[in-house]
Design a protein around this ligand. Structure first.
Ligand code: CIR
Length: 255
């Protein structure tokens, strides 16, 4: 069975961190209804959704992905790169400890879960404005005993590694090569985003289905041509806070 941890949209989301986007108004009701649709799509696919309450003091806390890496063997609680996001991890650790033993990234390590792309036993970590080499060193030490390889990958032009590349099927990656070097992923089957849709590389696989954004129709066509089954979920309002599909859940199996 799959579990998804999610968190309700904070009433303070208009004060979110922004790195590559200009601030624009975010309609809280729209953001909340899109988030609710995201949760119900997961539930309709048989995922058990554990939705944590909103926190008015943590504007970005809906983006739960950044607070942890959940593997079969353990969960690693991150130390987010943005100081305003550091307190998000406590509620996530409190929820995750029912399912996994926990390890914690320690200072001076900084790590956002959006920078972590796991493909089987290979873990890629984006070297971004949020995640640093010290966190990679700590992750390598934590995960070595379980047989994982951890590799740092430079990211430019976007917030996180998973803004630039996500895994859409076993051994298949959806990538924007303008933001991350495709050579880092040699050996995988690469599907490039349509050049007119730079933000289109973030997709969320749930079993046999790929959750995807309707705002990227040309890349969506490429995914369908590659034989993938898409389920459209619109999170465009959260996109104004620089969030995408993967960021809104921590999805893992109970084995
Ligand atoms: C931030 O800048 O931290 C938030 N406004 C957006 C985080 C999105 N998270 C993700 O892509 N994993």
């Amino acid at each position: 069975m799959f579990i998804a941890i999610t968190r309700q949209v904070s009433p303070a989301i208009i004060h979110c961190e922004l790195t590559h986007l200009q601030r624009q108004p975010i309609d809280l009701q729209t953001a909340r209804s899109q988030h609710a649709a995201y949760e119900s799509t997961l539930a309709s696919l048989g995922v058990q959704v554990h939705s944590l309450p909103a926190d008015p003091n943590l504007p970005d806390s809906v983006f739960v992905e950044d607070a942890a890496l959940v593997l079969d063997e353990l969960a690693v609680i991150t130390r987010p790169g943005a100081e305003s996001r550091r307190n998000e991890v406590d509620a996530i650790a409190g929820a995750l400890h029912y399912w996994r033993g926990l390890e914690w990234i320690q200072p001076p390590g900084t790590l956002d879960g959006g920078d972590i792309l796991q493909v089987g036993k290979q873990v890629f970590v984006g070297l971004s404005s949020r995640s640093n080499r010290e966190a990679i060193r700590q992750l390598q030490k934590m995960l070595k005993r379980f047989g994982y390889k951890v590799k740092g990958v430079p990211v430019t032009g976007c917030l996180h590694l998973k803004s630039a590349v996500t895994c859409v099927a076993p051994e298949s990656l959806l990538i924007n090569p303008a933001w991350v070097d495709a050579d880092e992923f040699a050996g995988y089957h690469l599907i490039e985003v349509d050049p007119g849709e730079p933000y289109a590389a973030n997709a969320l696989p749930v079993g046999e289905v790929l959750l995807y954004q309707p705002s990227f129709p040309h890349t969506g066509e490429r995914l369908q041509t590659a034989g993938l089954t898409l389920r459209m979920v619109d999170t465009a309002e959260l996109g104004k806070a620089e969030g995408a599909l993967t960021c809104c859940s921590l999805l893992f199996s109970t084995g």
